[in-house]
Structures are given as structure tokens and as C-alpha cells.
Write a protein that binds this ligand. Structure first.
Ligand SMILES: [Zn+2]
Length: 83
């Protein structure tokens, strides 16, 4: 793996080897959080996050968007409960 590859979090922090970074992927159905993986991290559709704080921030942002979507789609049937 190229050591020169730089990863920058949405907050502007650049990855160092000791950081506990995580990955996130926006999918059609929501947000998927993944443990750090160098191979995945270079993918165009992967968001690199410097840690829990930025992961929570990303999650909060999407929860807000989902809430807005839910309010504008009140005619939709509620999802059946998962046993
Ligand atoms: Zn960050």
C-alpha cells in the first residue's frame, strides 16, 4: 500500500498511523459505518472519518435528513416490526 496516500476527514484532520479512523458509505438505504480498511478507504464512494466524534456528526446529519423525509412522506405505510 502506498505510504504517500493521504486521507482527510470531513473535519479537515489528516490521517496518521495511530488514529482510530473509521469509514462510512452512503447507500440507497442509509449510512453504513465500517471499520478502517485501507483498500476500502481509497474508494470514491467511501467517506473517511477521523473517529467517533465525526462519525456521530455524520450520523446526526443524516438522522436529521431522514426526519425531514419522514415528515414529507407521511402517507407511506409504517415498516412492519422486526421480531
Ligand atoms: Zn474528523
Amino acid at each position: 500500500m502506498a505510504a504517500s496516500t493521504m486521507f482527510t476527514c470531513v473535519c479537515g484532520v489528516q490521517k496518521k498511523t495511530s488514529n482510530h479512523w473509521v469509514l462510512a458509505k452512503i447507500t440507497r438505504n442509509g449510512v453504513l459505518f465500517l471499520p478502517w480498511d485501507w483498500t476500502l478507504a481509497v474508494s470514491d464512494d467511501i467517506i473517511v472519518l477521523c473517529g467517533e466524534r465525526c462519525s456521530v456528526a455524520l450520523l446526526s446529519k443524516h438522522l436529521g435528513e431522514w426526519k425531514q423525509a419522514a415528515l414529507s412522506n407521511t402517507a407511506l405505510e409504517p415498516c412492519p416490526a422486526i421480531d
